[in-house]
Design a protein around this ligand. Sequence first.
Ligand code: TEU
Length: 576
Amino acid sequence: HHERVWWKGMDAVIYQIYPSSYKDSNGDGMGDIPGIISKLDYLKDLGIDCVWLNPHYKSPQIDMGYDISDYQDIHEPYGSLEDCMTLIKGCHDRGIKIVFDLVVNHTSDQHKWFQESRSSKENPKRDWYIWRKPSGWDENGKPIPPCNWRAAFGGSVWEWDEPSQEYYLHLFAVEQPDLNWELEEVRQAIYKEAVLFWLERGVDGFRIDTVNMYSKRLEFESVPVKDATTPWQRADLLWSNGPRLKEFLGEMIEQTFTKYNAVSIGEFPNSPDFNQVLPFVSGEAKLLSMVFQFEVANIDHGLAYRHLAREWKLSEMKKYVDGYQKLVQGTDGWQTTYLENHDQSRSVSRYGSDAPEFRVQSAKMLAIYLLTLTGTSFIYMGQEYGAINVPEDYPIEQMLDLETKGFLREFHRVHGTDNEKMNKLAWDGIRLNSRDNGRYPIQWDDSEHGGFSTATPWMMANPHYKTVNVESQLNDPKSVLSFYKDMLKFRKQYRDLMVYGSFTMLDIDNDQTMVYIKGSKNTQAVIALNFTEEKVPFTLPSGLKGEAKLAVKTIPTSQDDTLEAYEGRVYLVNVE
Ligand code: TEU
């Protein structure tokens, strides 16, 4: 049974906004909070229920705000605390909820806590972060780090601090030291400064960054060498889901979220097995409202680097989707569906096709996928008009993400800088999978910079804005944007089926189409999606409980017995 809380029982669809690239209101080339406020009517009209705002806090912006130097202040170019309060009110006045990003696995190295911690071994905040002695010294008298883990953005997870002759841990960038959750004092400071501060100000909950990394395996054991080109090895499984995770989460949720009926959306990588996830999202556990799993999102990511993509098959994706949907079948758990966020490139370019002749139908087909699965669906800004990855002639220097730069640096170290063939491989990989593809400015109209800003944007617009933009799609009933609006209404109209229904994947080994049945007490739906550029024969599954009638189709001219390239359909069945 599903308890009625605002995100369950109210069928919320959540829309994610990356503040730097949404809308610039003051002509400095950087998106800002007043810019977001100016688009709230657009969002209301789109039909979403809740906004998730990526980090807008004070930050040196080494990792686009995921390196926070003050939890209670706003990154200046985004606006003021007052703007922030206006945004919260603006959402609430329109019946829209708003959640912020909670980034408390690590802080910026500029946070006052870390400044104190690194100032000396005797400082009372020394143990607020994770400091370790070297595991030994090499023949040149250089320190050897405690283990061989590779940080998410390259290099060792251990950064040497010369004055105190110790290392500190950073799973992400050097400038993102990991907090020491083992200390009660640290946890209390986090709850007070980062969580309660905002809940008291009316925020409806948080998307919780890297929530399953709070508890560390303190042995810091080295992992076997898989990539011999570097001493630093991926250890994501070892740094996720540590021994005290449940305890820490339970405490945080009880002392903060629960008091405000706030939603907790955990980013939960490295946990493919639903038996591992259910204990965190079941209603009874009272831990997280829902989590993001990663297998679909990372399906074509290379093992060493996401940019060196690997082949994937639709059957693989279907197995993951089937597994995810198990979390909400006969359990009191909850699930999310997403195809994009600020850490992923554009779904049309990855799971569909961004070729001009297929772009629109791919986007619509993926919209059906996103909005017919059980649980809470997430739309990333731009997805609603069918945004795609950057084109081949987009300047590589405009790819600003530190992860992209780290990959290129490492790639050049191994292959040199002027191997044409290798450089093309790297660029193709970056264009396909780098996070920058989700971070360029939103395309509002066909004016310069896509109407995002009157100034040169912090990151170059996708020249694609000239043909694809919100304005041109708003009054076109056949546009991707209109389709999203229709599907959002459809999802609400058939909430028992779409948001809560049972799920059965058919023909799971078929690599061309994804076909599934949703069920509720009185109805069934058949969802048929073609993930290829080919026409594929189609027949309705047998054994339906009544006559199936076409309710949604993305290609009006298609024949019943054939799915056109990237076509999507929804049939509704009246149970007799
Ligand atoms: O991401 C953490 C995470 O586990 C990944 O999605 C990560 O970004 C990816 O593996 C890199 O390839 C979160 C944020 O969503 C991301 O933007 C931040 O960079 C990261 O935490 C550090 O705060």
